[in-house]
Design a protein around this ligand. Structure first.
Ligand SMILES: *[C@@H]1O[C@H](CO)[C@@H](O)[C@H](O)[C@H]1NC(C)=O
Ligand SMILES: *[C@@H]1O[C@H](CO)[C@@H](O)[C@H](O)[C@H]1NC(C)=O
Ligand SMILES: *[C@@H]1O[C@H](CO)[C@@H](O)[C@H](O)[C@H]1NC(C)=O
Ligand SMILES: *[C@@H]1O[C@H](CO)[C@@H](O)[C@H](O)[C@H]1NC(C)=O
Ligand SMILES: *[C@@H]1O[C@H](CO)[C@@H](O)[C@H](O)[C@H]1NC(C)=O
Ligand SMILES: *[C@@H]1O[C@H](CO)[C@@H](O)[C@H](O)[C@H]1NC(C)=O
Ligand SMILES: *[C@@H]1O[C@H](CO)[C@@H](O)[C@H](O)[C@H]1NC(C)=O
Length: 478
């Protein structure tokens, strides 16, 4: 009997001290695990910084991670063992009639304490990436931060996002081991719309959902995933007019799908009697004969106060660099008239626009010009220092955030060649905002060929027009 008492006392003594050891061990484990989690969450930065040691660094991480997992698993096993022991001991002492009630009470507390500790350690254990996850996350062919495809239910999205390793496991001619198809990060916030967009049967006809696609793009889901269905086109497509006619003639109505527009033909868009027909900034853009044909041919109306106009003619701008301007981009919303007039000067202009309320892209294409379906969210798909000119009108007006304007202007600067022209055509904003916007344009430090501010007459003198033709300087020493 005495022997049992001594034994139980030793056990109780141990039981008192063990929680302290366990606590200390737990503190250590949690701190190590937190560090590991930090590594796991920011592998991008780590691999950026250590890209030269990529393999070995990731390898070390992998070993540390697996060792830690083993340690924590051992700790969990030991706590389980201890709890079982204590329970058995309690059962023994309660069966013995002379058992001390206080010993049984403290034992119960220890068991409860250990159960607490166990749940904490187990939660850390669960947060640790498993062997497989860690291995996969560190694999160069695996996207960081887990598999983005997991976010989506639709199989086509998963399939699209998944990195496609090259056949035979070799590098392709571009020097990559796989093909990395990407989607805009805002797609994740627009899961429902994207899943609706990707809801189709492979090889079948897609839904008539270009508006949904455009909504996704405008809201940052850009690039959109590709689809494996046949897009809907006009039912009966008629060959476009020859180029000597198409530039200045309203196209055949049958060559456009009108389902999602208010107007159902080009005459409706061109007419000045149809109310609220297309995009409010470009209500007369389809009226080629009256509204569009005079644009950029002559200087605009002279403002009597300033004796200046914000509407320059193409001729006076091309005179700045005779014979040098051959290719360029028009970032506007319109029907391609600027590109048409430039074409007559033997200058090739690509017109970037989206379909806001009217089929602008189809119209430009049917006129025989090149439409570029592009939102303002995207980096321009041109290489550095390639274009002779960028022209913009009715697009970057007083609505645009100044930081965004900065990013846009620097991107334009990137694609303009040295000596290329940036033509800001009738940028308008509130008078009080003008100096902020001007700062953004001045920050480019371009040579000013034209720089004009005139009051905008139609809105109780609160707004102004700003137009400029600026030349990108060569930057030989930078
Ligand atoms: C409990 O008592 C049984 C016999 O009564 C003994 O075999 C066993 O080892 C005891 N367990 C502990 C944990 O003391
Ligand atoms: C990628 O390809 C190169 C060349 O074939 C090879 O050395 C490398 O191990 C490959 N990497 C992966 C992750 O497959
Ligand atoms: C356009 O060019 C074609 C030949 O290339 C010619 O037959 C046709 O008459 C021209 N149309 C106009 C309106 O000049
Ligand atoms: C274009 O506008 C003018 C004047 O606003 C109008 O007389 C003409 O009918 C319009 N063109 C078309 C095709 O509706
Ligand atoms: C359309 O244009 C014609 C001719 O220029 C003009 O008489 C008429 O008032 C215009 N209609 C509208 C609604 O602007
Ligand atoms: C307006 O500017 C033109 C040249 O741009 C000049 O010939 C003319 O005299 C000016 N008129 C006034 C009133 O300043
Ligand atoms: C455009 O090029 C054609 C053919 O080379 C030439 O005949 C025409 O004069 C050019 N037009 C202009 C405005 O330079």
């Amino acid at each position: 009997m005495g022997k049992t008492n001594v034994l139980s006392k030793i056990r109780t003594f141990n039981g008192v001290n063990r929680p302290i050891y366990v606590l200390a061990g737990l503190a250590f484990l949690i701190s190590v695990a937190t560090l590991a989690k930090f590594n796991y969450i920011t592998p991008l930065r780590f691999s950026d910084r250590f890209c030269n040691y990529h393999g070995s660094f990731d390898g070390d991480n992998y070993i540390i991670g697996s060792q830690m997992r083993k340690t924590i698993e051992t700790a969990i096993f030991k706590i389980h063992q201890e709890m079982d022991d204590l329970k058995a001991l309690e059962a023994n002492s309660s069966s013995a009639p002379s058992s001390v009630s206080s010993a049984s009470g403290s034992m119960f507390r220890h068991v409860a304490f250990l159960a607490d500790v166990l749940s904490l350690v187990q939660s850390v254990h669960m947060d640790l990436p498993s062997f497989e996850e860690r291995f996969v996350a560190d694999h160069p062919l695996k996207q960081q931060n887990g598999d983005p495809g997991e976010h989506f239910m639709r199989e086509e999205i998963k399939k699209y996002i998944k990195i496609k390793p090259n056949r035979l496991g070799k590098q392709n001619f571009m020097g990559a081991n796989g093909t990395f198809t990407s989607i805009g990060h805002a797609c994740f916030a627009m899961k429902k719309d994207l899943e609706e967009y990707m809801d189709y049967d492979v090889g079948e006809i897609c839904n008539d959902d270009w508006r949904l696609a455009q909504k996704l793009m405008v809201h940052g889901c850009d690039p959109l995933p590709r689809r494996r269905c046949f897009s809907r086109g006009p039912q009966l497509y008629h060959k476009p007019f020859p180029i000597n006619e198409s530039l200045w003639k309203l196209p055949d109505n049958r060559n456009v799908r009108w389902g999602q527009y208010k107007c159902k033909n080009f005459a409706c868009l061109a007419s000045n009697t149809t109310a609220r027909k297309g995009f409010f900034k470009c209500t007369d853009c389809f009226n080629l004969t009256h509204h569009e044909s005079p644009r950029w041919l002559n200087r605009g109306e002279i403002d009597p106060e300033t004796n200046q106009t914000a509407d320059f003619s193409i001729a006076e701008v091309l005179e700045i660099k005779p014979g040098e301007i051959r290719i360029g981009l028009d970032f506007s919303i319109g029907t391609g008239t600027f590109a048409a007039r430039m074409r007559e000067q033997n200058v090739t202009i690509v017109s970037a626009t989206i379909n806001l309320g009217a089929p602008f892209n189809e119209m430009i294409a049917l006129r025989g010009l090149v439409p570029l379906y592009l939102t303002v969210n995207q980096r321009l798909p041109f290489f550095d220092s390639t274009l002779d000119m960028i022209h913009t009108t009715r697009f970057l007006d007083g609505w645009i955030d100044l930081i965004l304007l900065d990013f846009v202007l620097y991107d334009w600067d990137r694609v303009l060649r040295p000596g290329g022209l940036l033509w800001i055509d009738g940028f308008f904003c509130l008078k009080e905002d003008l100096s902020d916007y001007m700062e953004a344009f001045k920050a480019l430090r371009y040579r000013r060929h034209k720089w004009v501010v005139v009051p905008k007459k139609d809105k109780d003198d609160k707004e102004v027009f700003f137009s400029a033709v600026l030349e990108k300087p060569p930057r030989p020493f930078r």
